[in-house]
Design a protein around this ligand. Structure first.
Ligand code: FAD
Length: 421
């Protein structure tokens, strides 16, 4: 019998897997990560939120992240037609970190995985998980090593941190469709040559297509004079454009004068990539002997850069549950893991819906803001979607509806009437 044993088995060494490993090593647990790729490897999701810093810190990874020299980030800037607005995360309602980083994920994910290994986690690169059996007393996975040999590992607990690989949702038939319409993205890295006064490199720039409010672009400056540049739209919209990914991306940028202006000196030196239908959901975030972390669970939408933050938050919640189980106490994974995680995901969901329906765009571009409300919005944009003291976390839908009505552009007739009064 070549069945190997471990305490905690993690599938995937991305941010959710690495942070979970760091936290579990702090508890003195034995951790084995199986990662099918070799790091550094490309991944999308380059703009972090300040809320994620708390979990990087908790895992003991902060020094490694700070010393890696990533681009400092303190906010988000938005452009639509002639309108501009920017939120500084340090001017936020919730306590906690107000700054973070914009990261090349190939480097960032390697920094985290190396930190997990330094903390004592065993990471096997080039080992893919092929099958899983959770019917017994302990979960058991079948993996394939780089030589093509298959072997099995039995664990006390299994964490699926496989991201878009969605290993357990696929193998255990846990997948359910997302309630968001399908969207796709085209993206690349560029030598941006943007003049210093043209954008604030300490902020992500989100530009909205002037005619299509549901088509938007990210511009994420890095610390080395390069940017991540991407566009998000429906598959039908993206299908209108012919050529390579970069040619199609540039054609859509060509319809958006403000962004075209910013990127006019850019060198398009890297092949583009595309991804589509990334929004995903699951029937359950846990089961007997296992839990789903990060993107292996639910993924909403990239517009608020919430993916990595949700991933590392999920790692923190799962590690707390596993600590309690190790103490011999029973854990209610629904109440202590799934529900607390979903509370913040649901906050983001309301904001994502508001973004695509346009009401949230009216809110952020509205000129007269109550400063307290702006701080509450800045808090959400900074990732503090779990802080129930923020009214926009406690009641996101109702609060957003009220604010949208106040900020909606007034029809001309109503304006004329208001002026006549
Ligand atoms: P991942 O980072 O995907 O890591 C999963 C790991 O598991 C991978 O290394 C993979 O190789 C490994 N794996 C998969 N299958 C197997 C297997 N069978 N066996 C072994 N290993 C396996 N998030 C942000 O925070 N900011 C952004 O600006 C942002 N922009 C985005 C833009 C787009 C277009 C999209 C689609 C997403 C964006 N995201 C963003 C989301 C972000 O990409 C993810 O939320 C984040 O990477 C999730 O981390 P994770 O650890 O769950 O999974």
């Amino acid at each position: 019998n070549n069945m190997q044993q471990t305490d905690i088995l993690i599938i995937g060494a991305g941010p959710s897997g690495a942070v979970a490993a760091g936290l579990l090593r702090k508890q003195g647990r034995q951790v084995l990560i199986l990662e099918q790729q070799y790091f550094p490897r490309f991944s999308i999701g380059e703009s972090l939120l300040p809320q994620s810093m708390a979990y990087l810190e908790e895992a003991g990874f902060l020094q490694d992240v700070v010393e890696a020299g990533f681009q400092y980030k303190n906010g988000a800037a938005f452009a639509k037609g002639d309108a501009r607005t920017a939120f500084d995360f340090r001017e936020k309602f919730s306590p906690g970190w107000g700054t973070t980083y914009q990261v090349q994920r190939a480097d960032f994910d390697k920094v985290l995985a190396d930190a997990a290994a330094k903390a004592g986690a065993e990471i096997r690169y080039g080992h893919a998980v092929l099958a899983v059996d959770v019917s017994g007393a302990k979960p058991c996975v079948t993996a394939r090593d780089p030589e093509g040999r298959e072997y099995q590992v039995q664990a006390n607990f299994l964490l699926d941190a496989s991201g878009f690989g969605r290993v357990l949702p696929r193998l255990l038939d846990l997948e359910t469709p997302s309630d968001f319409p399908v969207r796709g993205a085209l993206f690349t890295h560029i030598e941006d040559r943007i003049a210093p006064q043209e954008i604030d490199r300490n902020k992500i720039l989100i530009s909205v297509h002037p005619q299509q409010q549901d088509v938007w672009f990210w511009t994420i400056p890095f610390s080395n004079g390069r940017c991540s540049q991407g566009v998000v739209a429906t598959p039908e919209y993206l299908a209108r454009y012919q050529g390579t990914e970069v040619e199609r991306l540039r054609a859509i940028i060509g319809e958006t004068p403000s962004l075209l202006q910013v990127l006019r000196h850019a060198q398009w030196d890297t092949p583009g990539r595309s991804i589509s239908g990334y929004a995903a959901n699951v029937k359950s975030l846990w089961g007997q002997g296992f839990a789903l972390l990060g993107n292996a669970g639910e993924f909403l939408d990239p517009v608020f850069s919430s993916g990595v933050t949700i991933a590392v938050k999920s790692a923190s919640l799962a590690a707390q549950c596993l600590a309690q189980a190790a103490d011999g106490q029973t854990v209610d994974w629904q109440k202590q893991y799934a529900e607390p995680l979903q509370a913040g995901v649901n906050t983001f969901r309301s904001f994502v819906q508001g973004w695509y329906e346009g009401g949230f765009q009216d809110i952020i571009f509205h000129e007269q803001h109550n400063p307290e409300i702006r701080r509450m919005i800045a808090s959400i944009l900074a990732g503090y979607a779990w802080d129930a003291n923020n009214p926009y976390v406690a009641e996101p839908q109702r609060r957003l509806r009220v604010l949208q009505e106040l900020c909606a552009p007034k029809p001309l007739a109503a304006l004329a009437e208001a002026e006549a009064v």
